[in-house]
Design a protein around this ligand. Structure first.
Ligand SMILES: Cc1cc2nc3c(=O)[nH]c(=O)nc-3n(C[C@H](O)[C@H](O)[C@H](O)COP(=O)(O)OP(=O)(O)OC[C@H]3O[C@@H](n4cnc5c(N)ncnc54)[C@H](O)[C@@H]3O)c2cc1C
Length: 526
């Protein structure tokens, strides 16, 4: 029996697997598509952190930038821990073979919105791909780790499901190759399933980001926290026949500027720098480089006022050779659409990007349940977890960092307190369940769900719209539950059930909030 099951093969899952396997334990990673299908693999900008442990001033600045981006809701103790452990964890990545960009003899550091200094290590504009490559190689070469692709985590196993006191005894999985349900017993389960961007029509997230881990842990009795805080990235490329492709904030860090149609027209007929005409200054003195919540709201409002589907990211005042060299992945994607950095204004709009809230965890990544107690045998790491690091708004490039710091903490905690159990695993319910013959109601329900979340639980919210969403979600939840009860699980059914649950948790949290903070903005609240 594997001693530990890790659900998800992004940065958090891979990093924790290596640490636990190094500690002498058997680890199985279940992941629902190919191992590289993850947000991690698509991360562009980089990982923030101070490598030099003696640079107290640098760390203090990183801490204060994170707290100020979090709009007063960060857990300051967590922020300090993450920033102080950053150097060691980044060195761990280096020792696993991750190659970050270098100047002559030091790392090249980038800057993004909300950062007051250059402190972001990166691998050009494909940092996540490089991290995923190196960690995957290390995992494949580790004797104590088994990777199970095409394996969908469905629900956590407890003797009495939903009773958090019972603790977790393993996970029910659907083998997607042969559609068979399987129980994988484990002494501990680490949830590393990432976010839930698939709830919105426009998202930068991959298709695997359907909130599964959050939903299965919630059903088992876990607490969720800060669900209302969904980060919309201000600059996703909006061109026909392509997904919303992220244009990293680092491009604005290098001088890229956001303009609306009027600003673009004025800029083209003047000698002024483009920033002079940016609508973002009406929202923040930091203009195009203000924190993400502010810039995304500025873009959203401006598009609504102008009746347009995009704003423009302008880079023609910058050195195009340097841009092509620093952002080759973006340049390649743009070329598909006859666009080029340093030349063409890029049509961009906000898209759902990062789930700030999630499963409430303690300082060791243990999932918290009622009475503020950790659930025996259950950890959550990476984007699925809410550590308190990001407060009401995540600072750019802090999520890869938080993921490795908490993956390390959870792994160490398990290795030092293995809590080995000898459990009897209950059977998966199978009686009276039939093969799902018609998938079209699921497709329609998913469309309705995404439309509801986009229209009513987006960047700018109101009580009327949130209540409307709540009614719609109740309807959807009842419909999906009816199908769930009588059908053998399929991937689309499992994901839809999870998405509807997470949508309700987000909407309920948004409705309960009486003040606007960070990423939650309700126009009825003054
Ligand atoms: C386009 C883009 C750019 C980004 N750029 C940056 C950046 O520059 N810097 C930064 O700090 N952050 C960035 N982020 C955010 C960051 O990439 C993510 O927060 C981080 O990678 C999440 O890592 P994770 O390991 O928690 O989850 P992920 O990397 O999303 O991995 C989740 C894994 O869980 C698996 N999974 C999900 N559900 C199930 C299930 N039911 N059963 C089995 N497996 C399951 C998935 O298949 C996947 O393998 C970016 C995000 C995106 C989308």
């Amino acid at each position: 029996m594997p001693e530990v099951v890790i659900v998800g093969s992004g940065i958090a899952g891979l990093f924790a697997a290596l640490k636990i396997a190094d500690g002498g334990h058997q680890v199985t990673i279940v992941t629902k598509q190919r191992p590289t299908d993850s947000s991690t693999n698509w991360a562009q900008g980089g990982i923030a952190g101070i490598l030099d442990k003696t640079d107290g001033k640098g760390m203090d600045l990183h801490i204060s930038d994170t707290i100020s981006s979090g709009d007063g809701l960060c857990n300051e103790n967590v922020v300090r821990i993450v920033v102080e452990e950053a150097g060691d964890r980044i060195r761990d990545l280096l020792s696993r073979g991750v190659e970050f960009e270098k100047n002559e003899d030091d790392f090249h550091l980038a800057k993004e919105g909300g950062h007051s200094a250059r402190r972001i290590l990166h691998a050009k504009d494909a940092t996540g791909k490089e991290i995923e490559r190196a960690l995957s190689e290390a995992v494949n070469n580790h004797n104590n780790i088994t990777m199970r692709p095409n394996t969908l985590g469905v629900d956590l196993i407890q003797t009495v499901h939903g009773d958090p006191k019972e603790g977790i005894k393993g996970i029910w999985c659907l083998d997607l190759a042969d559609s068979i349900m399987e129980a994988i017993p484990a002494d501990a389960v680490l949830i590393a399933t990432g976010g839930c961007g698939q709830l919105w029509e426009k998202t930068t997230n991959p298709s695997v980001a359907s909130g599964d881990g959050m939903a299965m842990a919630y059903r088992a009795g876990a607490n969720v926290k800060d669900m209302a805080f969904i980060q919309f990235h201000p600059t996703a490329l909006m061109v026909p026949d392509d997904r919303p492709f992220l244009i990293t904030e680092a491009l604005r860090g290098e001088g890229g500027v956001l303009l609306d149609d009027k600003g673009l027209k004025k800029y083209r007929t003047s000698d002024q720098e483009p920033e002079f005409f940016s609508f973002t200054h009406e929202y923040s003195p930091d203009g195009s480089l203000a924190t993400r919540d502010i810039v995304a709201r500025a873009c959203d409002q401006t598009m609504k006022i102008n009746g347009s589907n995009q704003v423009w990211l302008v880079t023609d005042h910058l050195d195009s050779t340097k841009l092509h060299n620093e952002f080759p992945t973006i340049e390649k994607r743009l070329n598909r659409h006859n666009l080029s950095l340093g030349k063409d204004p890029l049509p961009v709009a906000p898209a759902a990007h990062y789930t700030v809230g999630g499963l409430e965890v303690d300082l060791f990544g243990r999932v918290i349940t009622s009475g503020n107690k950790p659930m025996p045998g259950l950890y959550a790491i990476g984007e699925v977890a809410c550590t308190g690091m990001h407060g009401a708004n995540r600072l750019a490039s802090n999520s890869l960092l938080e993921a490795v710091v908490f993956a390390d903490r959870a792994a160490k905690h398990f290795v030092e307190n293995p809590n080995l159990i000898d459990s009897i695993i209950p059977e998966w319910r199978a009686d009276g369940m039939a093969i799902l013959e018609e998938h079209s109601p699921l497709v329609r329900d998913l469309e309705t769900l995404k439309k509801t979340m986009t229209d009513d639980v987006g960047i700018v919210r109101s009580f009327d719209r949130l209540n409307r969403a709540k009614r719609m979600l109740l309807l959807l939840s009842n419909e999906v539950e009816l199908i769930w009860r009588k059908s053998i699980p399929t991937r689309d059914l499992v994901e839809l059930r999870n998405l509807v649950l997470i949508a309700s948790l987000i909407t309920d949290d948004a409705l309960a909030r009486t003040e606007n903070r960070g990423l939650h903005y309700n126009k009825d609240i003054i």
